[in-house]
Design a protein around this ligand. Structure first.
Ligand code: ZN
Length: 413
């Protein structure tokens, strides 16, 4: 017998198509079997149990295209230039081990309760994988590796080691959770290791997460080899390369259609945008973290105009106030002057496209997983999407559904 249910609400916003008043979603075996007006869905499946959410809207679950789970709010480093913040972060690493798992559990819970159904998480050596796996969300943990941790090994040996470790960690996980690799950034991973990791990721059909062109100091470090990051990553033979971080990683062979580049916030030139477009590299937009760490504003409208894939990311609690992706999106809407429909799309289908999972998630379409957020608002204005994003941003997610299962439900229906 197939597992079936109907979720009904005052409004369904499938994102792929326009709003449906008095809408419903028919779920069968974890996937969307039909979406449309409740009357039609009911007619086509008269025996199936209905859960009605009066006064609510159903939207696709949020897709967090870049986040970190292993940080906690209470000892967040003060907002400052990126290198000052990074120094403080590094100084706290020794004691962090004792509480990272608890922080990751809390962060994941916060994301779930804010309607997140898929998360692309990055953590050192994939340390937050157990907490993502137990959260109920679908997602990938991207294991960051740092070449200095592999003394005496060649770049190829290091890269093989991290991929092998990610493969082993993927054993025995829930469906829709896996472990892949991250090349942390142009200032922490040498270009040879970064390029080899990209080659292997492409060969295996995987996805590679990177941080790129985040702060003014990263741009200065790659261009001239000077500034705050040069003090942290001191090296006698590094003089900068006279090019932008985007050019630098393109030359290293890192960029490609399987790459999700977080931030792209500072000094992203027209030439950089051309490179992102021609390599089909996707972007994860994390505007609140960018503001906190004195980065510039990512040129998201220009990216969208060029057809560069853009999703939203919360980053982690040491640079961002919450794991609520809808709150991040509302910030982006106001920053760029976008309408609600575009905002909701970036938070859901945009993220899925950026991560290459748009055939499986990101919108309420037949055949995709039933990944949904139920939001406590029945919008009646002209910009229904904006009302939904605002309420979800303010803590108004009433239930979260992943693969047709409720992973969070504060309603009594
Ligand atoms: Zn990050």
């Amino acid at each position: 017998m197939p597992q079936e249910s109907i979720l009904a609400a005052d409004l369904v916003l499938p994102v792929a198509v326009g709003p449906i008043r008095d809408g419903a979603v028919l779920i069968r075996d974890g996937r969307i079997a039909a979406v449309g007006p409740f009357a039609d869905i009911r007619c086509s499946a008269p025996e199936v149990e209905v859960r009605s959410f009066a006064g609510h809207a159903i939207v696709p679950g949020a897709v967090n295209a870049h986040g970190h789970l292993g940080f906690r709010r209470k000892d967040k480093p003060a907002g400052a230039s990126f290198s000052v913040w990074l120094k403080e972060l590094i100084s706290k690493l020794p004691e962090k081990e004792s509480w990272t798992a608890g922080a990751a559990r809390d962060s994941a819970r916060e994301a779930v309760e804010a309607g997140t159904t898929y998360m692309a998480e990055s953590s050192p050596y994939g340390e937050c994988l157990p907490q993502l796996a137990e959260s109920g969300m679908a997602g990938t943990v991207h294991a960051e590796f740092f070449p200095g941790d592999y003394p005496g090994m060649s770049p190829q040996e290091r890269v093989d080691a991290i991929f092998e470790s990610a493969r082993k960690m993927s054993d025995g996980l829930p469906a829709r959770v896996d472990c892949q690799v991250s090349v942390h950034s142009p200032y922490t991973v040498d270009p040879v290791s970064a390029g080899l990791a990209a080659v292997r990721s492409r060969k295996e059909g995987g996805r590679l997460a990177i941080h790129l062109s985040e702060s003014p100091e990263e741009v200065e470090f790659i261009l001239e080899g000077t500034g705050g990051l040069a003090e942290i990553f001191e090296s006698a033979d590094w003089r900068g390369r006279g090019i932008s971080p985007v050019q630098y990683f393109e030359e290293a062979g890192v960029l490609g259609s399987n790459v999700i580049a977080a931030h792209l916030a500072t000094s992203v030139s027209k030439n950089d945008l051309d490179i992102l477009k021609s390599t089909n590299t996707a972007a994860a937009h994390c505007p609140r973290s960018n503001e906190y760490l004195e980065c510039e504003v990512s040129p998201v409208p220009a990216m969208l105009e060029r057809g560069i894939r853009v999703g939203m990311g919360t980053d982690g609690l040491w640079s961002s106030p919450s794991l609520n992706l809808f709150e991040e999106t509302l910030f982006a809407i106001r920053l760029h002057g976008m309408d609600g429909a575009l905002g909701l799309e970036l938070a859901t289908l945009g993220g899925a496209r950026a991560l290459g999972i748009e055939d499986e998630a990101g919108s309420i379409e037949v055949g995709k997983y039933a990944d949904l957020a139920v939001v406590a608002v029945a919008p009646d204005g002209v910009d229904a999407e904006m009302e939904v994003v605002e309420v979800a941003a303010g803590g108004g997610v009433a239930a979260t559904v992943v693969s047709g299962e409720f992973v969070y439900n504060q309603t009594s229906s």
